[in-house]
Ligand binder design. Structure first.
Ligand code: PMP
Length: 354
């Protein structure tokens, strides 16, 4: 009798799906970089005016109104934009649209783990290039792997730093494959590389409404690239990807950026305070351009994270990643959450593990 194992696509045998789920809902969730600064008022605004009676109808196939809005704000053509159900969907279809079995996928490591995951599902040969000194981009290593697809995260998750812009521009201009530039966290810093991506024939800029806009639960992201690339991505995605309510909220959020800017400002203040407090508890805290900080724990990161969960606070353990022994990543949120974290951490640093 044939087993499921034998029927499965071969590349899935060695894959485990990264999971962000927590069983306990009463926990302070500082492990997935969602925005903890409350509700984006765009949600309320749309909820009050949205025609729920029309939810029987399919949304527009390619989220035309949202694309037009983005196009005018970003000074590109709507044909150069594709909308995704979260940017994760876009990462998936980029691999689907460009990887043949065995093609080389390359990423600097450590970085966001879903790039590699989707490339692997789509049967790529994976090449990971360890970050250089100071978490900088190993440009030569990446170029010399001659990748069909390379994924770069700017600023980088989980290290929190911006890569040198010239290195990215070099990869964009010299790489003969697709260059995916993930700007999920660009709203938190002064970097914007859309112009550089659009100068390049094979670049794709991916962005999300899940972070600074605080809409992770609605699932909306977009990618900007030359029309031929966008057309190829459309080919492999599901039609009607974005639901009509989400599309309306994303548009409203783009029209009223005040809330987003205010919470980014507040986050930066808390990031500074949290960095100093963790530093004084003995953590080595790295500078961050994102809504999270990476730090090296003075005690074993696995023990720290397990004990914090028991105290009702979830942070992420990166201890098993290259370069990141005993490192943890903490999402920065409002002061009350940061205080809860600090209160829970302090006794653990003194070895009071359960
Ligand atoms: N890119 C990066 C770098 C991320 O950290 C995340 C979420 N953690 C995503 C993409 C995916 O975000 P979403 O699917 O919610 O848009």
């Amino acid at each position: 009798m044939t087993s499921i194992g034998e029927l499965k696509r071969r590349t899935l045998e060695s894959l485990t799906r990264p999971s962000y789920a927590l069983s306990n809902q009463d926990i302070v969730i500082l492990n997935n970089n969602a925005n903890l600064f409350g509700m984006n008022p765009a949600v309320q605004e749309v909820a009050e005016t949205f025609d729920f009676g029309r939810l029987w109808a399919y949304p527009s196939e390619n989220s035309d109104t949202l694309r037009e809005h983005l196009a005018s704000q970003l000074s590109v053509s709507a044909d150069e934009i594709i909308i995704g159900n979260g940017s994760d969907e876009l990462l998936d279809i980029i691999s689907k649209g460009f990887i043949n079995p065995g093609d080389v996928f390359c990423q600097p490591t450590p970085t966001f783990r879903m790039y590699r995951f989707y490339a692997k599902v789509n049967m790529a040969t994976i090449e990971e290039k360890i970050l250089s000194e100071g978490f900088s981009l190993p440009v030569e290593d990446i170029l010399s792997s001659n990748p069909k697809l390379v994924a770069l995260c700017q600023p980088n998750n989980p290290t929190g730093n911006l890569f040198d812009r010239n290195g990215i521009v070099r990869i964009l201009s010299e790489c003969e494959g697709i260059v995916l530039l993930d700007e999920a966290y660009f709203d938190f810093c002064d970097s914007d590389m859309l112009g550089d991506v659009m100068d390049c024939q094979f670049g794709i800029d991916v962005r999300t409404f899940s972070k600074a806009y605080g809409l992770a639960g609605l699932r909306a992201g977009y990618a900007v690239a030359r029309k031929e690339i966008v057309d190829n991505l459309r080919l492999v995605r599901t039609p009607f990807g974005l639901n009509s309510f989400t599309e309306a909220v994303a548009i409203a959020a783009l029209d009223h950026k005040d809330w987003m800017k205010a919470n980014v400002h507040e986050m930066k203040r808390e990031r500074q305070r949290l960095s100093e407090e963790l530093g004084s508890l003995g953590f080595r805290v790295y500078p961050s351009e994102c809504n999270f900080i990476l730090c090296k724990s003075p005690v074993g990161s696995g023990d720290l994270v397990r004990n914090l969960i028991e105290k009702g606070v979830a942070i992420r353990d990166f201890g098993s990643y290259p370069l990141l022994e005993d490192h943890v990543r903490v999402t920065v949120g409002p002061r009350e959450y940061m205080d809860m974290l600090l209160e829970a951490v302090a006794p653990l640093i003194n070895g009071e593990f359960s």
